[in-house]
Structures are given as structure tokens and as C-alpha cells.
Ligand binder design. Structure first.
Ligand code: AHG
Ligand code: MN
Ligand code: MN
Length: 354
């Protein structure tokens, strides 16, 4: 019989190999696995429990929140607020830094999360996810500050996602490869199912919201025509698959090979940065995909090198097989100098003198 490795055992064994990993950090990963199990339970019972549908609230982007977004957001906070492992948190659903309540101890990590990703897919029974990222505290006070949260992805201590699909999976990396665990609902444990995930060298799919094509820049359009086998070097066309849940789209491409694209455009020249959030979506996914041998870019360079300036800043995202992402960059350099001129100040904003 094959060895059965729970996520707990895997975390503990990894910790032995890498002495820099502390007990606090190990437990933080385990806390996220617990949050994932509880959110998975709710997402699968959501229709029955009658908690589907939009809540009254809108989130900080003016988008209508679904009730499960609120549930997942509060669950992740509650599981992590009192453990003494974190000094601050931030969530896609909250405007500012989330403080650890004053009566609880603080620790040396910060947690950023998108509690439910792809929430427009909840009501139609399509896969959704959770994304999380962990940075080390860099300031010296007892409580965490924005400086602890606003670090480039290159400095991440860990990142992961959970996908609530035909099965529930948690995929995470602490910078030593990417490992995937599938939830066995009968025993309530995540079991190691995908050890050391590497993105296959031959891409099968491209994923983009083709409905936005009229807004795409010339370089992005030509690049996608290339993926369809109609532009530049002849190639076999890639299949087009787009779910509209970042986690699910990237998970599929990570296992099968492919590229996910959510570009910036000049539809509103003052907002050339696309839709996805750097701190809650792009950083974590970029860290995981690079750990699996791929690459993630905003069209100019690595997502992981961007020094953030705001918790909720948005960023263009090209992520997947390295050769394809680099080719996207080349098309953008060649055809999209006007877009680059509009977007570059956002990429470099945090490094400019105030
Ligand atoms: P969220 O549900 O957390 O707001 O994220 C939705 C995101 C992401 O999951 C997905 O890739 C993208 O929105 C889809 O956007 P379009 O509907 O514009 O294609
Ligand atoms: Mn999201
Ligand atoms: Mn979300």
C-alpha cells in the first residue's frame, strides 16, 4: 500500500529538512488547512443551507459581495487572530490592515488573503478558490504595520491556494517546491496527492476573457493570435479554456501546461493596469508558478519584483509556461510602447521619491 501522507505530516517533515522554518510557521500552514476544510464544508452545503446569494454589502472595489465571501473572510480571520503567529492581516474584502485584537499575542508573520476567488461562479456551481500569502514581519514594533504587508513577492515566506472543485485541494509552497493535497472528506484530512508539481514544458491551453478583445492592445492581440497559430512563427494552436476563477484557471494550467492572461489596456488611460489584485491574487500565484518552474509577469517584468504601494493595487497578469510569458513580454515591447508609457509609472510608483 502506498504511503499515506497527511498535510500535517508533510509540513512537519519539511520543517525538519529546513531548520529555518519555525514551529509557528508550520502551525500557520496547518491553520490555513483547517480554514480550507471549514470553507469547503460550507461551499459544498451552500445551496442546502440557503446561504447563497448576494449579501447587502459591497466590498472596497464596489463589487457586490456574496455571502460565502463574508463567511470565508471571517473564518480565516477567526482561525488566525488569536494564535500568536501573526502581527497583522489583510484581506481583499477589507480596505485597510486588519489588526490582531489587542488582548491576543502577536507573532512574526503577516497573512494576506483573497477569501473566495471567483465568487461570481458560486451561484452556478463552478469551481472557486481561496488564495493566501505569508510575509515575514520586517518592522520592529510589537504590532504589524503596512510596511510588513507591502513587500514584494520575491520576499514571500509562503503562499498557497485552495480549490473547491470536483474535489477540494490545497496547494502550497514555502519556497521549496509546490505540493498539492486532496481533501478526503470521509476522514477530513488533506492527503498528499501531487508532490513537487512542475509545470509541463509543453503548454496545452491559453486562458483569457476573450470578450475583452476589443480593449486589448495590439501586442496582446497579436500574441493571442500567435497562440491561436495565426501570427508569427507557425505553431499548433493552443486550446482556449477560461473558467473565470483565477485559482481554477491557473491550477489547470499548472497541471497541464498553459498561460493565463489578464492584461492591462488603455480603455481608461488612467487605469492601464487590468483587474487582478497584486497583493491578494497575483503575488501568491506568481510565487507558486515560479516555484513550479513557470514565470509570471505584468508585461514588463516579474510580478515578484514589483514593490507594492497599496494593499488594493491592481496589476496586469501573464502567468504560466516561461517561454510563453516571455514571448508575451516581447510582443508588448514591440507593439505596445504607448501602453507601457501609461502603465510603467504604476509599476515603479513605490520606488519613486514621494
Ligand atoms: P474575485 O471573485 O476574488 O473578485 O476574483 C475574480 C477574478 C478572478 O478570479 C478571475 O480570474 C477574474 O476575476 C475574472 O474576471 P472576468 O470576469 O473579467 O473575466
Ligand atoms: Mn479573486
Ligand atoms: Mn475574492
Amino acid at each position: 500500500m502506498a504511503k499515506i501522507i497527511t498535510i500535517e505530516r508533510h509540513i512537519l517533515e519539511t520543517q525538519k529538512q529546513f531548520p529555518e522554518a519555525t514551529g509557528a510557521f508550520t502551525n500557520l500552514m496547518y491553520d490555513m488547512a483547517l480554514a480550507a476544510k471549514i470553507i469547503a464544508r460550507e461551499t459544498t452545503r451552500a445551496g442546502l443551507a440557503g446561504i447563497l446569494g448576494a449579501a447587502d454589502d459591497h466590498n472596497v472595489y464596489g463589487e457586490q459581495q456574496q455571502k460565502l465571501d463574508v463567511f470565508a473572510d471571517q473564518m480565516i480571520f477567526k482561525i488566525n487572530d488569536h494564535t500568536g503567529r501573526l502581527c497583522a492581516m489583510a484581506s481583499e474584502e477589507h480596505e485597510g490592515l486588519i489588526e490582531i485584537p489587542p488582548h491576543f499575542d502577536t507573532g512574526k508573520y503577516v497573512l494576506l488573503y483573497d477569501p473566495l476567488d471567483g465568487s461570481s461562479n458560486i451561484d452556478v456551481n463552478v469551481s472557486i478558490g481561496t488564495i493566501f500569502a505569508v510575509h515575514r514581519k520586517v518592522t520592529t514594533g510589537e504590532r504589524g504595520t503596512l510596511d510588513d504587508l507591502l513587500q514584494p513577492g520575491r520576499k514571500l515566506a509562503a503562499a498557497g491556494y485552495v480549490i473547491y472543485g470536483s474535489s477540494t485541494m490545497m496547494v502550497y509552497s514555502t519556497g521549496h517546491g509546490v505540493h498539492g493535497f486532496t481533501l478526503d472528506p470521509g476522514v477530513g484530512e488533506f492527503l498528499l496527492s501531487h508532490e513537487n508539481i512542475r509545470i509541463p514544458p509543453q503548454a496545452l491551453y491559453y486562458s483569457a476573457n476573450q470578450g475583452n478583445q476589443k480593449y486589448w492592445t495590439t501586442g496582446v492581440n497579436r500574441f493571442i493570435q500567435h497562440l491561436q497559430g495565426m501570427e508569427g512563427e507557425p505553431r499548433k494552436p493552443l486550446g482556449h479554456r477560461y473558467i473565470g476563477s483565477l485559482v481554477s484557471d491557473i491550477h489547470r494550467n499548472l497541471l497541464r501546461g498553459g498561460i493565463f492572461i489578464y492584461p492591462g489596456d488603455l480603455q481608461k488611460p488612467n487605469e492601464p493596469y487590468g483587474k487582478l489584485r497584486l497583493m491578494f491574487e497575483a503575488q501568491a500565484m506568481a510565487f507558486l508558478v515560479e516555484q513550479a518552474g513557470g514565470y509570471a509577469s505584468d508585461g514588463l517584468g516579474s510580478i515578484l519584483d514589483i514593490q507594492p504601494y497599496s494593499l488594493h493595487q491592481r496589476v496586469p497578469l501573464f502567468i504560466g509556461n516561461r517561454d510563453l510569458v516571455e514571448l508575451a513580454e516581447a510582443y508588448i515591447r514591440r507593439y505596445d510602447q504607448d501602453w507601457i508609457a501609461a502603465y510603467r509609472p504604476f509599476r515603479e510608483r513605490a520606488s519613486q521619491p514621494a
